[in-house]
Design a protein around this ligand. Structure first.
Ligand SMILES: *Cc1c(COP(=O)(O)O)cnc(C)c1O
Length: 216
């Protein structure tokens, strides 16, 4: 199977209303080019340095999504071009993204990452921390970021009941935050192993790597 075949196979299982992020982390440029030539324009990376190199090398109409954990001191390297930051998991990081976006006279779209998994190795805010951010006065003064939704990662398990339960938690938080976030329309949940479940539970954006590009 080629990358183009894999892409088309996955697209056939995703409704038009769900956005596909092709997760290309660790993969060389020629893999991304093959996906690009098959029509894919949205790519997800989890390391800023690697993403920046690919941004420099590849066509400029690609939307680059940062899906990994972001260190505050590295935001400046992607502020010029990043399209969507999925993993915003602290107020400090959000303020830094705002600051760096301002330097480039841009507004950077962000998703707040919520901790829904059982494993505590996964990053993210809990409900209290989420509303602490949304209810703070400082939040409203950040003019160079736009929160367009939430992101989360379910536990890595074959217990589908558990995964479904975690996705439901995220979806209900997503609905609950809409009052505070009028522009919120993106619920980023679902990866190669669980994206069908995620879509059933209300995902609007899936992040798929290994099913497109092969295992890492
Ligand atoms: C790597 C990664 C993915 C893609 O995982 P696959 O199982 O390869 O589809 C999705 N989301 C995040 C946050 C990732 O780090």
């Amino acid at each position: 199977m080629s990358i183009a075949d894999n892409l088309n196979k996955i697209k056939a299982t995703i409704p038009d209303t769900v956005t596909l992020v092709a997760v290309s982390k660790t993969k060389p440029n020629n893999y991304l080019t093959e996906a690009y030539n098959a029509g894919q324009r949205i790519f997800g990376e989890n390391k800023i340095q690697e993403m920046t190199q690919k941004w420099e090398d590849l066509p400029k109409d690609i939307e680059w999504h940062m899906i990994g954990h972001v260190q505050t001191n590295k935001v400046k390297y992607m502020a010029e071009y990043v399209y969507l930051v999925h993993g915003v998991d602290s107020f400090k990081l959000l303020k830094e993204i705002n600051k760096q976006a301002k330097k480039h006279d841009r507004t950077i779209k962000c998703l707040l990452q919520i901790h829904i998994a059982e494993e505590d190795t996964k990053f993210g805010l809990d409900e209290r921390e989420l509303f602490e951010i949304l209810n703070s006065d400082t939040f409203n003064s950040l003019k160079n970021i736009e929160i367009t939704g939430l992101m989360g990662m379910a536990t890595f398990t074959d217990q589908t009941d558990q995964v479904r339960r975690e996705f439901k938690v995220l979806k209900s938080l997503f609905d609950k935050t809409k009052e505070k976030l009028p522009n919120s329309n993106t619920l980023s949940m679902g990866m190669s192993g669980d994206y069908k479940l995620a879509i059933e539970e209300g995902s609007t954006m899936v992040r798929i790597g290994s099913s497109i590009f092969g295992s890492r």
